[in-house]
Design a protein around this ligand. Structure first.
Ligand SMILES: Nc1ncnc2c1ncn2[C@@H]1O[C@H](COP(=O)(O)OP(=O)(O)O)[C@@H](O)[C@H]1O
Ligand SMILES: [Mg+2]
Length: 307
């Protein structure tokens, strides 16, 4: 389904408008804390949709509700018109793949093996033949390896196929997570802070990669703090604040909304929670620098006390 341009620099979208993912009235409570409050979100095929918001806004929790890691307290999530069972492997099987804010790779496996693990949701039926190791198994195995290599080629990691995952630089580990997610042949890819800890060149390369993924016919829902990345890339952006959807619209509409500037761009948006400590410091600096609002800093104090 690789159509015309693969340059990927233009945010030109080719969404065909078919709803792929539809989350309706999703609420997630942890004891007394409501992390996600009645969120609706649709991703159509061909779209790149951004999900932004300050730390603690509920973005990752919402992803976890979409992917079956959490069972939402209320609400439902459907994919291609069918309600998803809240079980991660069934969600993957249905066609949704994801990466994690905190990289989750098999550190002592090779790059290629990590991608092959991602393929195994697709080749389950081969259990018996895997035990027997008959010709069908060998054929499937060869196909899997070929596809995995193709994905490594696509993500720029082919030259490192036999390196141990833990020996890859941080930016390449994030790419490997994407390659592994793609290995399940998803129709929708969810990315949770794919550029966290990356330098500007790696971030640009990731932008190109996301465009290329979209051009392969895979819709993308992406959480990111880097505003330039988000507004360049996304056909639509939804903003979560305190678990609630504040606004949703095109990049132009969202980035000029006063409430977004005050509530989000004003906040110091370093990803200090969750991620490995090494990137937290520089991350904040990069984020601040990519903000479009020059007086973002002045709103920072207000955000702290804002409900
Ligand atoms: N498993 C959990 N148990 C209790 N509270 C949680 C859990 N996961 C997330 N939270 C809380 O939910 C809120 C939203 O967190 P999160 O979704 O990680 O935000 P974001 O990804 O937008 O930074 C935070 O207050 C966080 O502490
Ligand atoms: Mg998060």
């Amino acid at each position: 389904m690789t159509t015309t341009e693969t340059t990927g620099t233009a945010p030109a979208a080719q969404p065909d408008g078919t709803p792929l993912l539809h989350a309706s009235g999703v609420i997630m409570r942890f004891g007394g804390l409501t992390a996600v409050r009645n969120v609706d979100l649709t991703v159509n095929s061909g779209e790149i949709v951004g999900l932004i918001g300050p730390n603690g806004a509920g973005k990752t929790t919402f992803f976890n509700c979409l992917t079956g890691l959490y069972v939402p307290t209320e609400g439902s999530v459907s994919y291609r018109g069918t309600v998803l069972p809240p079980k991660p492997h069934l969600v993957t099987k249905a066609g949704i793949a994801r990466t994690f804010q905190n990289i989750r790779l098999f550190a002592n496996m090779t790059v290629l093996e990590n991608v092959l693990v991602g393929r195994h949701t697709r080749t389950r039926e081969g259990l018996l033949s895997a035990l027997i190791r008959g010709p069908r198994y060998h054929k499937a195995e060869a196909r899997s390896r070929a596809r995995a290599m193709e994905l490594l080629e696509f993500t720029g990691l082919a030259g490192k196929a036999d390196h141990l995952a833990r020996n890859l630089p941080y930016g390449e580990q994030r790419k490997l997570e994407i390659a592994r997610a793609l290995a399940s042949e998803p129709g929708l890819l969810l990315l949770d802070e794919p550029t966290a800890g990356m330098n500007p060149q790696e971030t640009r390369a990731t932008e190109e990669l996301v465009f290329a993924i979209r051009d392969q016919g895979i819709a993308v829902l992406v959480i990111e703090h880097d505003m330039r990345f988000i507004f360049n890339l996304c056909d639509r952006v939804a903003v979560l604040v305190q678990g609630q959807k504040l606004i949703e619209g095109t990049s132009d509409v969202v980035q000029s909304d006063d409430r977004v500037i005050a509530a989000y761009l004003g906040e110091p948006i370093a990803t200090t929670e969750g991620d490995a400590g090494t990137d937290a410091g520089t991350d904040g600096a990069t984020d601040a620098e990519t903000d479009t609002d020059p007086d973002g800093g002045s709103a920072a104090g207000e955000q702290e006390n804002d409900r």
